[in-house]
Write a protein that binds this ligand. Sequence first.
Ligand code: PEP
Ligand code: MN
Length: 260
Amino acid sequence: MRFHAGLLPVGPAHVGAGGPCSIESRTQIDASAQAVARAGGAALRGGAYKPRTSLYDFQGLGDEALPLIAQAGKRHGLPIVVETLAEAHVELVAAYADMLQIGARNMQNVPLLRAAARTGRPILLKRGPAATLDELLLAAEYILVEGNPSVVLCERGIRSFDAHTRNVCDLGGALRLRELTHLPVVLDPSHASGRRSLVEPLTLAAAAAGLDGALVEVHPDPSVALSDAAQQIDGAAFVRLAERVRRVRRALATDDVLVA
Ligand code: PEP
Ligand code: MN
């Protein structure tokens, strides 16, 4: 399993993700997909149903976003990852997506975990903003017990008291998870920091430290993004980041770290 910028390998198959916070239009998701493919990312991730804190913020295009990301993935040869917010969406999302994301707010939504697991799709499980590592591991077990072994754990920052970063990036916690479980562990530096300027250094730190991957928000023009504008990077930045990740991995000669 290799560390990819914007990516996640699961077992022998590479399943990964880089892409916009929200799928906004056909041209926007296609441009994101093009950048992810050019960077060598393993998959395209985009949100159709957005779990926004405020009712007054963009909620995602919903069902109509699914064919848009599916077509972009197909055009650029990338598997796609989409978050499922509710049990009611699981079947529909699984009909389009190669991998299902369970977001931070739903980490302990047991019926959703079980329903998503039963689709047989690999699951990207994000750590809740106030969840302990044990709680994350126990949440993953609800997926495993349904007979679905393909779970990727994602550190996306935990809540603390300082407002200069959106969350606190618990890199130490993510590394501790790798000691505790055979499951791949990746970092989402975008939500962990909330700041575009910190996405590359955090991803490089994760790569150097030996995490299994990163999930990076990539938008063709972050300044006009309908969600999470401050933390998305553009396609050129993502391509550069991927190259730097490769250089870090080469320098450390840990390119082929295998995860059992
Ligand atoms: C997301 O991945 O776009 C998202 C909403 O992340 P989280 O669930 O970690 O807040
Ligand atoms: Mn987001």
